[in-house]
Design a protein around this ligand. Structure first.
Ligand SMILES: O=C(O)CCC(=O)C(=O)O
Ligand SMILES: [Fe+2]
Length: 265
């Protein structure tokens, strides 16, 4: 694993709100991650009590991707791979925070003919508001403009706000621009990535992914980190019921069992 950021990489992240790390995983590490995620996703969607987006009514969102949340809780393999202080340190250094907890992980498998992932900003959906929220998204297949690579609007993390904008449903890829008309001239950066590359994504940067116009799934696995001093904003989001039951707005999110501290200086 390539987990040493250079000062240029840190500067790129701060300037653009994202940073691609090529060759994050070696070839043999990649096969371990692919097998672990495939196995955990298959097990997860077969369980009726698991949190994934294949339930419910919105047919459009169901066909954006198969999204499975918190695989680290059911897969020892995934837990071992992602509760890794080296990853946590990298996230903390890029975000500029003293330490990070895992908020949740999620696998996102864009099946053949899947809908695009509409432009959105992640942190407004989270149970805490922070400019230092950061996600690490790892490509488990080569991601291309054909099969649904990510797109970024560079620099938008500097001017975005905490209100939820746009929609991941059928409103459309560009719905977010109704809230942010000043961004319509920003040319999206298409982040084509080799399998095994990863991209750090600010919780405040606008991003999207294309449809999958190929006959093969596009697999990705992501970890959402929160700064160790993040406080609860009242949104349940992907927090477990038992965690929310103990929280008041303004409390520090510090549940060691469900939101493990991955790295702290
Ligand atoms: O993988 C995708 O299509 C989108 C990922 C994304 O936006 C996220 O995980 O926040
Ligand atoms: Fe996102």
């Amino acid at each position: 694993m390539n987990t040493q950021p250079t000062s240029d990489q840190i500067e790129f992240y701060r300037e653009n709100g994202f940073l691609v790390i090529d060759d994050f995983l070696t070839g043999s590490e990649l096969s371990v991650w692919q097998d672990a995620v495939d196995e955990a996703v298959a097990e997860h969607v077969s369980r009726s009590d698991a949190f994934h987006n294949q339930k419910g009514e919105d047919g459009y969102y169901k066909n954006v991707f198969v999204q499975c949340v918190n695989l680290w809780k059911t897969s020892e393999q995934i837990k071992r791979l992602i509760l890794d202080p080296q990853l946590g340190k990298l996230a903390a250094d890029l975000a500029g925070t003293s330490g990070v907890r895992l908020y949740h992980d999620h696998a996102m498998v864009k099946q053949p003919w899947a809908n695009p992932t509409n432009f959105h900003i992640d942190n407004p959906y989270d149970p805490f508001y922070s400019h230092q929220a950061i996600m690490f998204w790892v490509a488990l297949d080569d991601t291309t403009v054909q099969n649904g690579c990510l797109y970024f609007l560079p620099g938008t993390h500097k001017t975005s706000g905490f209100e939820v904008g746009g929609s991941l449903g059928q409103a459309g890829v560009g719905e977010l621009f109704r809230e942010y008309p000043e961004w319509v001239e920003i040319e999206p950066y298409a982040a084509e990535m080799k399998a095994g590359a990863g991209v750090f994504i600010s919780g405040m940067v606008a991003h999207a992914a294309g449809p999958n116009m190929t006959t093969h799934p596009r697999r990705a696995f992501a970890m959402l980190f929160m700064p160790e001093d993040a406080t609860f904003n009242g949104k349940k989001s992907a927090l477990p019921d038992e965690v929310v039951a103990k929280l008041k707005v303004g409390n520090v999110l510090a549940d060691d069992e469900h939101l493990p501290l991955i790295f702290s200086y």
